[in-house]
Design a protein around this ligand. Sequence first.
Ligand code: ADE
Length: 244
Amino acid sequence: MRIDVLTLFPGAIEPFFGASIIGRAQAAGLVTVRCTNIRDYATDSHRSVDDRPFGGGPGMVMMCPVVFDAVEHVESLDTRSATRILLTPQGEPFNQAVARELAGRQRLLLICGHYEGFDERIREGLRPREISVGDYVLSGGEAAAMVVVDAVVRLLPGAVGDEESIESESFSEGLLEYPQYTRPREYRGLTVPEVLLSGDHARIARWRMEQALKRTRQRRPDLYERLQSTRPDLLTSADEGSAS
Ligand code: ADE
């Protein structure tokens, strides 16, 4: 997979893509992440990328020519066609299902905005998919792009060492994760649930499912309600123990 990120602040996000799981996935050849500075496509002496809005009003608006030129040039660097993504609070909500869908693409091109917004013709002319990472306004799309790239790359086969850990993670089946513990067995009077030390794998699996269901019901009733139609089997088999 190839991922291009178009941004005005490549230096702010490049180190993130070189670290941890994304860095390892790049080193292993599973993905290439490239950042491109949109300002490199400015043509005037001030290297302008934004201007005041027609009709007046506060703030500045990202201009069409630099964004179109950056997108078209970066796309020409590879023969695979790219899924264009514009990061914006007006986009469709990003979630695990969208991450899974994007992880199946050969190439992604993420466009990060800054200032008050994009000239509307960027949407009309480039027809990107628009994605929001949450109902809040960031100063730019960079943090959102890091969220999307991270969630997508860790789904690529081989990116996360233990494939099972992806399977059991929060949201892989619409459930929050069960509580985890490691050494020491006791710390400042806080202990590890006895069942996890029992060696009884069936009992441990049952306890974990009960805990996951309990957490989901308490913290995310919206997800829990959805399980009633998507995974009724989970609710009948293990949920009795999670009611308390
Ligand atoms: N840019 C600014 N805010 C954003 C958000 N919530 N999601 C995606 N991109 C953004």
